[in-house]
Design a protein around this ligand. Structure first.
Ligand code: AMP
Ligand code: TRP
Length: 342
């Protein structure tokens, strides 16, 4: 069988749970904006169906979805150039996810480290949705036949699973229907670590607010969190190799690089011999310069939730126009009778 050629299309999603962090910005959002500028078709989603795999207060979920939409737009995504919407407004995601629940194997999902981390010790009490989560993520991507997915490093395993599902589907039904999607996981920002512990990723669910920078933090809070970030007493080395075994120091260098659009090597070369007492204020100024305008714009957008809802509805209509024919074709391949008049 010849490999079908799929038109390049970018899809990615973020869960509307809690605050957006600097990790989300550097690992995901900033690159979403770069891909929008590259001229390919870009589709970005607030994945509210994924959010409810763990308990969400209904009022908080609505607010978080709107705030995430505001974050997308404030970071530079343009609703006219990218398709922006919340997942639950396009039912094709959930429908394709059911098919994928029947394609994916228990053994594959059992290997997912995110499930193990999120379920913790009490696996018996985790929702079925939390376990099936990666099949829904594969559906998000493949219902658009997306070829490229910008994500942070922690999502690598889910992208590989998406490829496994696509390959098994194509193989089982003898078709070249779904593309084998590539993760776009690159740059210094793909793994931003906690400011308190260089071995843990920066996360919106970390109990310590000092561990992360939120896109809603004001300039003083950002500066204070960076000044108090954990480091070691040594100055910055001459070469990047000098940061091996210095996870917290390496993290601050990576953050600087990702914010400044430099490589970590360049940052080290430029700051060799500096003490963290000198480097941290520089980093704080840079972070404030990049994040403050986003923060201000988010607050402005959040003042008009009706307008955000309108944009999301419009985005969902455009998304559904792509997703529905792919879902129909998929269900036909699977052997479902399709006879409703639409
Ligand atoms: P989530 O907040 O888990 O929905 O993640 C949304 C996106 O942000 C995904 O692409 C993640 O890989 C990315 N992301 C989340 N935390 C980090 C982090 N600490 N460093 C880099 N990327 C991250
Ligand atoms: N699982 C992703 C996360 O936790 C969010 C997500 C859901 C996603 N569906 C997606 C990311 C599709 C990329 C593509 O970060």
């Amino acid at each position: 069988m010849t490999e079908a050629v799929h038109t390049p299309r970018v899809f990615s999603g973020i869960q509307p749970t809690g605050n957006l962090t600097l990790g989300n910005y550097l690992g995901a959002l900033k690159r979403f904006v770069e891909m929008q500028a590259s001229g390919v078709e870009t589709i970005y989603c607030m994945v509210d169906l994924h959010a409810i795999t763990t308990w969400q207060d209904p009022k908080d979920l609505k607010r978080a979805t709107r705030e995430l939409a505001a974050g997308f737009i404030a970071a530079g995504l343009d609703p006219a150039r990218s398709i922006l919407f919340n997942q639950s407004q396009v039912p094709a995601h959930a429908e394709l996810a059911w098919v994928f629940n029947c394609v994916a194997r228990m053994g594959w999902l059992n290997r997912m480290t995110q499930f193990k981390d999120k379920a913790g010790k009490n696996r018996e009490n985790a929702s079925v949705g939390l376990f099936a989560y990666p099949a829904l993520m594969a559906a998000d991507i493949l219902v658009y036949k997306a070829t490229h997915v910008p994500v942070g490093d922690d999502q690598k395993q889910h992208i590989e699973l998406t490829r496994d599902i696509a390959a098994k589907f194509n193989h089982d039904f003898g078709v070249e229907h779904f593309p084998l999607t590539e993760g776009v996981i690159e740059g210094a920002g793909m793994r931003v670590m906690s400011l308190r512990d260089g071995s843990k990723k920066m996360s919106k669910s970390d109990p310590s607010d000092m561990s992360r920078i939120n896109l809603t933090d004001d300039a003083d809070t950002i500066s204070q969190k960076i000044r108090k970030a954990r480091t070691d007493p040594d100055p910055l080395p001459d070469t990047l190799a000098g940061l091996d075994d210095r996870a917290e120091a390496r993290n601050l260098v990576n953050i600087y690089a990702a914010l400044a659009g430099m490589t970590p090597d360049q940052v080290v070369a430029e700051n060799a011999g500096a003490q963290f007492g000198q480097f941290k204020p520089k980093l704080a100024d840079l972070a404030v310069a990049v994040l403050s305008p986003i923060n201000t714009e988010m607050a402005r957008l959040m003042a008009d939730p009706g307008e955000i809802d309108r944009l999301l509805g419009e985005g969902a209509d455009r998304a559904a126009a792509i997703a529905e024919p792919v879902l129909e074709e998929t269900l036909d391949i699977v052997g479902m009778v399709r006879s409703r008049r639409r």
